[in-house]
Structures are given as C-alpha cells and as structure tokens.
Design a protein around this ligand. Structure first.
Ligand SMILES: Cc1cc2nc3c(=O)[nH]c(=O)nc-3n(C[C@H](O)[C@H](O)[C@H](O)COP(=O)(O)O)c2cc1C
Length: 381
C-alpha cells in the first residue's frame, strides 16, 4: 500500500488532506472531530484580535445544483471570519494541542494594516502551541472594506510588507493564502515568498453573484431584500483552482520552459476537492497538501478515510510509493499554443510519411524492405 504521509516545511502529516479554513475548523469541538477522523492537518477558521467588529448575517450561503439532480456543484458564501473572541480561541488552541500533541494545527489569521496587530496575533497564537500559520490575504467580502483579506492580497507591495512583519515574529512555518480575484496570481505569491513565507496556499473563493430570484427579482442570498457579491467554492471552481495552482507551481518549481524561482517552498492546493482523484490532480500539478472546505460541509468529516483510499488506489495503480514520487509530474506537459500547433503539424507530417512508406526515424528501417525504403527517400530519380 502506498505511503500517504507527507513532510512539508518540517511538519509531519499522516496524509495530505487538510481541513481548509472555514466552518469545518470553527471551534475546538469540530477540530477534534477532524483529527479523530484522521485528517492530515486542520486550519482553523480565520481569527483576528478584535472579533467584535465581525458581524455575520443569515442566510449567508447559496447553492448551485446540477440540472435535474440534488448534486451540489457550486456554493456561495457571504460569511466573514470567526466571530468568536480571540481569548476563547487562545484557550481552545491550547486545549486542542494538549489533546492532540502530534497532530498539525494551523492558525489562519487576519489583521488590519497595522504592524503591531500582526505581531501581536502571531506571538499570541505561537504561545498557544499552534504548528504553523496561514495568512488570510484572500477573504473576498466584508473584510476588504477594512483593507483586510483580498484587499491586501491584491496589492503585492502591501502584502510583502505585511509578510515581512509576520516573518520577523514567526518562529514556525508561514503560508500565505492567495485570492483568485486577480489577473496574475503569481505576483502576490512572489511577494509573499520574497518576504520569507515558507509556503503558498491557493485558492480562496471566487467573487460571484449566485443568481437573481425570478419571483422577487432580488439577488441571492437575500438578506432583508438585498445582497452583496459572495465567494464561490465547491466542484465548479476546481478547474480554475487547478489552473491557478499550475501557474503558481510553474513560477515556484519551474517546468520545461521556465526556471523555478522558489523550489524549496511549499504549495497547498484548495478548490473543489471531494475525492482522492481530485487531490491526485492537484499533487500532479505541484501541491504537497490539498485542502477541503465546502466538501466537508456536504459530505462530513468521514470523507477523509474515503479520499485516502482513493488516493492510495491511484498511487498503487501507477506504482507511486510516496506523494513525492508524482508531485509536480504533470507540469512538464504544459506548453505554448504555438508549440501545440507545431507538434500537431509534425505529427501529421510523420503520419503522412509513414503512410507513403518513407522512413522518418532510424528505428523504422526494416531488413526486408531496406532497398525499397532507401529508394523512397531519393529525391532526384
Ligand atoms: C462558508 C465558508 C467560509 C469560509 N471561511 C473562510 C475563512 O474564514 N478563512 C479563509 O481563509 N477561507 C475561508 N473560506 C474559503 C475556503 O477555505 C476555501 O479556500 C474555498 O472555499 C475553496 O475551497 P473548497 O471548494 O474546498 O471550499 C470559506 C469558505 C466557505 C465555503
């Protein structure tokens, strides 16, 4: 059986499946459940020093189902970061680490553009024994109005400055979580890596309007008749997440066309993962770990066991013994469109030559047809 364990930035995980920041990591009770169900690591719901400013509304989710079925393929939320007080979180971080000392607990944190606040939140979380940080530079709603979340993630200069403050105070690994609501996701990622972050996580949710109710003519989710654009997640975003992870991995690790810029840093993939096969695709594109948020809200914590079996079966089928054996393997198959055109021309020419019995490769020479093959290659008879 394949070995699913991974060591990333010195953190030892029994498998690459990580609870992504959101409702599945929102208090000590559910984080404990995730560890009991053998998730590789848990990233808590994003915390900040002053939770009193966080005011959620209800309803705050909207779902997209596949036509004619109950299957959920898209999920929109207008949920903010954790509304639970930082002091309660400190207490819970300590309790979780006391109960699960060998499991990996990652604190997702977010602050305003204030150096003292970032340093304070890093130092206080660290004192509780958390194993790593994920910096939320990506929440698309509610927080940008306060210049937090995606507003920082869309401004590489600002992000680099904040990451420099954080890395000056952090003694444990730091991942920067990227927003997909930007043209070139490599730009803020490069800024975070330049400022010393150990890893990049991507993607957060994609800005969206879920729909307009044709009876009431109001956009959804509707709160007192009004709405705001929200964050889109679940299966429907997976192709976009795969593309962005591919772009990040190409920048970080390189491929046949680019030299990698940060080969020693890590990449945690997020977006629409619900199976071991989904995870395998992100790993083939360079990710060491794969996060799941909405999937847990649909299928529950037990899905970790199924996903491990599916990933193990994929690895056994291909003879991969460890995650590193195939991590990033498929990056080499991305090229330019002009190269695709050239490859297709070459393949057609080769096919035509073969049809006419012309030798285009030395391996095609045959003893019985040698003279005939030689004749066909002569141009001036
Ligand atoms: C209801 C909900 C709440 C979320 N809250 C947070 C959050 O507090 N911090 C954060 O970094 N990401 C948050 N996310 C984003 C997820 O961590 C993840 O990046 C995104 O949903 C894509 O992954 P998925 O398709 O597996 O959900 C939230 C997502 C959902 C659906």
């Amino acid at each position: 059986m394949a070995d699913l364990s991974v060591v990333v930035d010195g953190l030892k995980l029994p498998n690459p499946f990580v609870i992504g920041s959101g409702p599945p990591g929102t208090n000590a009770n559910v984080i404990g459940k995730a560890f009991d169900e053998n998730w590789g690591a848990v990233i808590c719901k994003t915390v900040s020093l002053d939770a009193s400013k966080v005011q959620n509304v209800a309803p705050r989710y909207a779902r997209m189902r596949a036509a004619g079925t109950k299957e959920v393929i898209g999920w929109q939320n207008i949920e903010l970061i954790s509304d639970r007080s930082f002091e309660v979180w400190e207490d819970e971080f300590k309790k979780i680490k006391d109960k699960y000392p060998d499991r990996i607990l990652i604190a997702s944190v977010m602050e305003e553009y204030k150096k003292d606040a970032w340093i304070e939140i890093i130092e206080r979380c660290q004192a509780c024994g958390v194993d790593a940080f994920e910096l939320n530079f990506s929440c698309p709603h509610g927080m940008p109005e306060r210049k937090m979340g995606a507003a920082m993630g869309q401004d590489p200069e600002l992000l680099e400055e904040v990451c420099t403050w954080v890395n000056g105070a952090a003694t444990i690994p730091v991942w920067a979580k990227m927003t997909p609501n930007i043209t070139h996701i490599e730009d803020p990622a490069r800024a975070a890596l330049k400022a010393g972050c150990e890893g990049i996580a991507a993607i957060n949710t994609i800005l969206s309007v879920m729909g307009v109710n044709l009876e009431t003519l109001r956009p959804e989710p509707t709160v007192e008749g009004y709405s705001v654009p929200g964050g889109y997640s679940c299966k429907a975003v997976r192709p976009i997440a795969l593309r962005m992870v591919m772009e990040l991995a190409t920048m970080m690790y390189g491929n046949t066309m680019h030299e990698g810029e940060y080969k020693d840093r890590s990449l945690s993939a997020i977006g629409g993962v619900e199976s071991g096969e989904d995870a395998a695709q992100f790993i083939l594109l360079g990710a060491s770990t794969v996060q799941v948020c909405t999937g847990v809200m649909i299928h529950g914590y037990k899905m970790a066991g199924r996903m491990c079996e599916e990933l193990g079966a994929f690895m056994d089928k291909h003879g991969f013994e460890t995650i590193e054996d195939f991590r990033g393997h498929s990056l080499q198959y991305f090229t330019t469109h002009a190269d695709l055109v050239q490859r297709q021309k070459d393949a057609k020419a080769e096919k035509k030559a073969a049809k006419e019995g012309m030798v285009t490769k030395d391996t095609a020479w045959e003893g019985d047809k040698f003279v005939e093959q030689s004749d066909k290659l002569v141009s001036n008879d």
